[in-house]
Design a protein around this ligand. Sequence first.
Ligand code: HEC
Length: 266
Amino acid sequence: MSTEEQKEQFKRYKEDVERRGKSFYPHAMFHDTVMSFVVVSVIAALAAIWHYTSSEEPADAGLLGPRYHEEADPGTTSFLPRPDWYFYFLFYLLRIFKWPESVFLGTVGVPTILLIILLLVPFFDRRRERRLIRRPVAVVASLLVIASMGILTYKGATAEEPSAIGAEALLAANGIPAEDETLVQGADLFAKVGCLNCHTYASQGSAGPGPELTEVGNKGRGVDYWKDWIRDPSALGGEGMPGFPTLEDAQLEALGEFLEASKGGG
Ligand code: HEC
C-alpha cells in the first residue's frame, strides 16, 4: 500500500471518528467504572454467601462449598502439587523442558519471544483487511496456539504423578532384587516423600533440579553418609535440596540402604 493511500485512509478514519465516535472521557470511562463495580460486587456477594452459609465443620458444605476439606498441614512431605486445570498446559510444558538446560528457554524465552512478536504485529501488518479468509497466517497461527494449548492441557491432566510409581517397579527397573525388606521400604519412601519430584531414578521421576540417582550407589559413600545427607544436605555442603528432618532414623536407614544398592543394574 502506498503512503498516499495510507494517508487517505487515515484521514477518512479521523473524519469517521469525528462524525460518529464518542470520546474516551467520559463515555468509555463511565462504562468501565460501572462494569468494574458490577464485577467486584458479584465477587463480594458470592464471598459473603459462601462465608455465611458454610460452617467451620469440614463436612457441612453450605450453598457454595465447604470452608475446607482437610486442615492444611505445613509439615507434610507427601503432598503432590498439582495446578488448577487452567494451568495444566504450563505444568506440562515444564515437564517437556528438561532442567536445567532448556527450562529457562521454555518458561521465559519462548513466551517472551511470542509476546514481542505479538506486540510487533500492528507495526508490520498494517493492512485494513479484517476478513479471516484473507488472513491465513494469523488464522493458522491462532489455531495452532489453541490446538497446542488444548493438547498440553490434556497431557497435563492425564500426566502420571511421580509418586504413583511403586517400590517394586523402582527396584525392578534398577535390577535390585525385591527380597530385602529394608530396600523395599527405602524404595517406597523414595517414591512417597517426593524424591522423584527432583530426581530421575531408572527413567522415572523428574529430570531436575537434582542429579540422576540410578547409579548413585557406585559413588561408595556409604549408608551413614546418605542418612546425614537426606537429613540435612546443607550440612554437607549441598545446595538446592531440602532436608528431611522429620524422617525417623529407621526411615533414613532404609533410604540410605536403597541409595547404596542403586548401581544401575537394570
Ligand atoms: C526440591 C528438590 C529435591 C528433592 C525433593 C530431593 N532432592 Fe536430592 N538433590 C537435589 C539437588 C538440587 C541435589 C544436588 C545438590 C548438590 O549437589 O549440592 C540433590 C542431590 C542428591 C543426591 C546426590 C548427593 C551426591 O553427593 O551425589 C542424593 C543421593 C539425593 N539428592 C537424594 C535424595 C533423596 C533420597 C530425596 C528424598 C528423600 C531427595 N534427594 C529429594 C534436589 C532434591
